[in-house]
Design a binder for this molecule. Structure first.
Ligand code: HEM
Length: 504
């Protein structure tokens, strides 16, 4: 496949430390240069009212699946920018019409909050009931122009900074428990399903690292991951398939909202865990004028939806791509990781991790190939011109823009061998490509602030993903997996784990 490197040379930056700057100023974009691409009307059509939305929904979920849905339309219209309807449509969303952006050049308009409004678009063309979140519009649904956005994002930066010393030890503890269990299961049965064990380890890690509480020692016991999954289903059901018969999914949660009262008591259990554990965050929130109740509902969301939901996908995804990369890559990673840790006196430190270019690169490569949150939305704040690689398009104020990120981050005009896992893609000169890694709702070379919509946990997520790879190859020389599918992400089973020699 012919591919070309990006023409612009942006100065690459290394990953920022975990304590995100609170004071970084909002940067205004430079004035747009006049477009050189030929102007084109956005191709495609929405079909008949109601029926067009249902037909696209069926294609998206059942007849084609997301990849084919976008690929076939892009080929048909000979364009990476086109019109389509996005699920859920009737009777949940009142307007399912979007302008799809599939290339790495047009996609970043979604990060420019001077051009797009991010109000109530976190889940797309519908917003889940606020009854699912204690009656509040949670931070993820707020546009930075809303005063509450800053007041709710800042306490999360505070949480991440305050608890940063607890991340490494609590990660190692929770994931040692996980892998000890998997080793036992493989010894007994020859195979160990990974995902459920991952969910428990992630929840334990977050509870212990951020709030100093072991969930198992509280009323929650081991029920956290199950309670969250059910609550997430009430939020995201309209845009998920669970593998149930099509008719059942279509006539229930694809067409109607599940009543929030059914999940109230489960949500309350999660809420109580945070209410009794996060006093230091509430004090910071109250200082900013946010009530304890609103802060607590936001903390439930940030921990259970944003963080747990993200790691539920990322860690299996890392295992999937690393597992498929095979023994040679495993051996290079093990060598690099072990020698850097030895030089750091046997300790896992941020400094030691900076000396692991291959490890850092594989994490970025997985986030590029499989961005855990693949859908991004934004409503045009004014009339705009959007450019793809081949054309420019006039967008009218109020039109909904939708980016399908896996296509933008596998854009063959930006990345060589765009569909392939290239472990050292981001090593050395390759770091320049980090500006096109977009999983955090922004380029990897930029940072979240209280004035943008970039993921508040960006640096924490990269750090934890690196810890995952480091811990894995400190423990094991190599491993093998089997891959399946699941409603959210990849289903992984581990079939072998070859332990590292004791003196390595
Ligand atoms: C684990 C993997 C994670 C992934 C893949 C992820 C991804 C994202 C994405 C794509 C967005 C933007 C969504 C949009 O507006 O369209 C976002 C926003 C956000 N994320 Fe993350 N996230 C992750 C973890 C975390 C963590 C650990 C936190 C904890 C602090 C967090 C907190 C947030 C918040 C608060 C927002 C809204 C930001 C704002 O309104 O300015 N996320 N995340």
């Amino acid at each position: 496949m012919a591919s070309q490197q990006p023409s612009e040379t942006t100065k690459s930056q290394s990953v920022h430390p975990i304590n995100d700057s609170l004071s970084a100023p909002a940067t205004l974009p430079p004035p747009a240069a006049p477009s050189k691409s030929p102007a084109r009307k956005v191709p495609g059509d929405y079909g008949l009212p109601f029926f067009g939305a249902i037909s696209d929904r069926r294609d998206f979920f059942y007849n084609q699946g997301p990849n084919e849905f976008f690929k076939s339309r892009s080929e048909k219209y000979q364009s990476t920018v086109f019109k389509a309807n996005m699920p859920p449509g009737p009777f949940i969303a009142s307007d399912s019409r979007v302008i799809v952006l599939l290339d790495g050049k047009s996609f970043p308009v979604l990060f420019d909050v001077t051009k797009v409004e991010k109000k109530d678009v976190f889940t797309g063309t519908y917003m889940p009931s606020t009854k699912l979140t204690g009656g509040y519009r949670i931070l993820s649904y707020l546009d930075p122009s809303e005063p509450k956005h800053e007041k709710l994002k800042q306490p999360l930066f505070y949480l991440l900074k305050t608890r940063s010393d607890h991340i490494v030890p609590e990660f190692s503890k929770s994931f040692s428990e996980l892998f000890n269990g998997l080793e036992k299961e493989i010894a007994e049965k020859g195979i160990a399903p990974y995902n459920d064990a991952n969910d428990q380890a992630v929840f334990n890690f977050l509870g212990r690292a951020w709030f100093g509480k072991n969930p198992a020692d509280t009323k929650l016991g081991t029920s956290g991951p199950k309670l969250i999954s059910l609550w997430v289903l009430f939020n995201l059901g309209p845009i998920l398939t669970l593998g149930l018969p099509r008719i059942i999914e279509e006539l229930t949660f694809h067409s109607f909202r599940l009543p929030a009262c059914l999940i109230k008591s489960s949500y309350r259990k999660l809420y109580d865990f945070f209410y009794s554990s996060a006093g230091f965050v509430f004090e910071e929130a109250e200082r900013l004028g946010i009530s304890k109740d609103e802060a607590c509902n936001n903390l439930v969301f940030a921990t259970c939806f944003n963080s747990f939901g993200g790691f539920k996908i990322i860690f299996p995804s890392l295992l999937r791509w690393l597992g498929s990369a095979g023994e040679e890559v495993h051996s290079q990673l093990a060598q690099e990781i072990r020698s850097a840790i030895k030089k750091a006196g046997g300790k896992i430190t941020m400094g030691a991790m900076e000396q692991m270019p291959l490890m850092k690169s594989v994490v970025y490569e997985v986030l590029r190939l499989e961005p855990p949150v693949p859908h991004q939305y934004g409503k045009a704040k004014r009339d705009l011109v959007i450019e793809s690689h081949d054309a420019s398009f006039e967008i009218k104020q109020g039109e909904m823009l939708f980016g399908f990120q896996p296509f933008a981050t596998k854009d063959p005009k930006i990345f060589d061998k765009a569909e392939e896992f290239v472990p050292d893609r981001f090593v050395g000169e390759g770091e320049k490509l980090l500006q096109h890694v977009l999983w955090s709702n922004g380029p990897e070379t930029e940072s979240p602030t209280v004035s943008n919509k970039q993921c508040a946990g960006k640096n924490f997520v990269v750090f934890a993903s690196r810890l995952f790879v480091v811990d894995l190859f400190l423990r094991y020389d190599t491993f093998t997996i089997e891959i399946g599918s699941s409603a959210l992400g990849t289903a992984i089973s581990i079939t072998s784990l070859k332990k590292a020699p004791i003196d390595s």
